[in-house]
Design a protein around this ligand. Structure first.
Ligand code: TRP
Length: 442
């Protein structure tokens, strides 16, 4: 018999770890540029709808699969539906873990590099030149990516309780505190009213662009860590009796709040300096350093706080991505957690090198986009919604109503029937519609 499977130490340990997974580069780096490109408020409204109508049911569905089966993303499907094809969702999930973490580690590395720059006085000169020069390098960005991956590997290596849970219990409160402090400061810079208008005043034209729907839904999946078994894997370390619905509600509410407050950090500062929100993926790494520089002495401190925040948020998410693959290979091989974590982590690092090099050192493009940008869009806008779709179909259409209610921990709730209806119809139809329309327009 193998060793007993690991479990969380407490319910709050699980919630904080899942929150750590959800809150990441997606909330700050990806949210701000997607919103900037998606016309601000229109993107925000569609994104909030997607979180509510798709994010919540999909998260509860992942939780119910994980808590019910107490195993990894691939085995979970084989356990409930042996001799069927549903486990493809798990296979896609483990593949997505490799793909997402490969480029996530690159950006985590950038964030670490900036952290160290601000530790030693900040970035001098033109921040755009600095960024382009840095990410276009061959060895330096790869070295920072390696450092970031080493930290990720280190935490996962220590296990569910001593690594993931403990680190999340430290990082999440610190993150929240730093974010609120930064937002408070940013709102004093003079761009607050313009930022509020940009974020909250609907601009109807943007609703006509189908691409905004796809990117808003992709963002909902990405920021909530859905569609590839991360939440499934985390919930598999829960006691089968543990509550789910309130946990899902807390995680989703706080993740959304985190994204909104990040917007209140970035956009007021942006408008205060008359800069363009549609700057794209470089927003956080080019525009913000410009602002920090313009703030003078205090800017170095603000920059340091910001990149500590970004790096921690990235790290607590990266560990959940690594854990999806690690959980699978721990069961599949007899190498044990430590060896599996090292091997899988290093393989993912290696897979990320082309993403890093695609930023200027070499010409690595797919469909005309640099490899990293392609991986980002491909996984977020396509792979995750597709994985989520398969999971809702699996639960909605192969489980009995009683199973859906019981394993989703919705049995006693008045909105039980609404949840079943959403799982069966609303969520799958919404995902499919957005996917098809988005792809036709691509
Ligand atoms: N949610 C994280 C973020 O917002 C990224 C992330 C972690 C993720 N685990 C995931 C995305 C699993 C998709 C699937 O940055």
């Amino acid at each position: 018999m193998k060793q007993k499977r690991e479990q969380w130490g407490s319910r709050w340990g699980f919630i904080l770890a899942a929150m750590g997974s959800a809150v990441g580069l997606g909330n700050i780096w990806r949210f701000s540029y997607a919103m900037g490109e998606g016309g601000g408020s229109a993107f925000l409204i569609i994104y909030l709808l997607a979180v509510l109508l798709i994010g919540f049911p999909v998260m509860l569905i992942e939780f119910s699969i994980g808590r019910r089966t107490q195993t990894d993303a691939i085995d979970a499907f084989k356990k409930i539906a042996p001799k069927s094809g549903w486990f493809i969702a798990g296979v896609m999930g483990v593949l997505a873990a490799f793909m997402i973490l490969s480029f996530y580690g690159v950006i985590g590395g950038w964030s670490l590099r900036y952290l160290f720059e601000y530790l030693t006085g900040g970035i001098s000169g033109d921040s755009s030149d600095f960024f382009v020069g840095f990410i276009g390098g061959t060895f330096t960005p790869v070295l920072w990516q390696l450092l970031f991956m080493a930290m990720t590997i280190g935490i996962v290596y220590l296990g569910v309780q001593k690594g993931i849970e403990l680190s999340s219990k430290w990082m999440m409160p610190i993150l929240s505190f730093l974010l609120i402090a930064l937002a408070g400061y940013s709102l004093t810079l003079g761009g607050a009213s313009e930022a509020f208008a940009f974020m909250f005043q609907p601009e109807w034209d943007a609703f006509r662009d189908p691409q905004v729907y796809l990117s808003a839904m992709g963002q909902a999946f990405f920021t909530l860590s859905l569609g590839m078994g991360a939440m499934l894997t985390y919930s598999s370390y829960l006691d089968p009796e543990e509550r789910l619905t309130s946990s899902a509600a807390i995680i989703i509410a706080l993740d959304t709040l985190f994204a909104l407050v990040s917007g209140l950090v970035i956009f007021p500062a942006l408008f205060a300096f008359g800069l363009d929100p549609a700057e794209g993926a470089g927003l956080v790494f080019i525009v913000l350093p410009n602002i920090f520089e313009a703030l003078g002495g205090v800017g170095t401190l603000v920059g340091l706080v910001f990149f500590v925040l970004l790096s921690m948020a990235a790290l607590s998410s990266a560990i959940s991505l690594l854990e999806v693959a690690v959980a699978y290979f721990i069961r599949k091989t007899n190498l044990g957690r430590k060896k599996v974590t090292l091997i899988v982590g290093l393989v993912i690092f290696a897979l990320g090198v082309p993403s890093s090099l695609s930023q200027g050192a070499m010409d690595i493009t797919v469909f005309g986009a640099p490899f990293l940008d392609f991986m980002d869009a491909f996984t977020g806008n396509l792979l995750l919604p597709l994985g989520g779709l398969i999971m809702v179909l699996f639960v909605g259409w192969t489980w009995t109503k009683k199973e859906i209610l019981h394993h989703g921990d919705v049995g006693q709730q008045a909105w039980g029937p609404l949840y079943v209806f959403t799982a069966k119809f609303v969520a799958p139809v919404a995902i499919l519609l957005v996917l098809v329309i988005g792809l036709m327009n691509w």
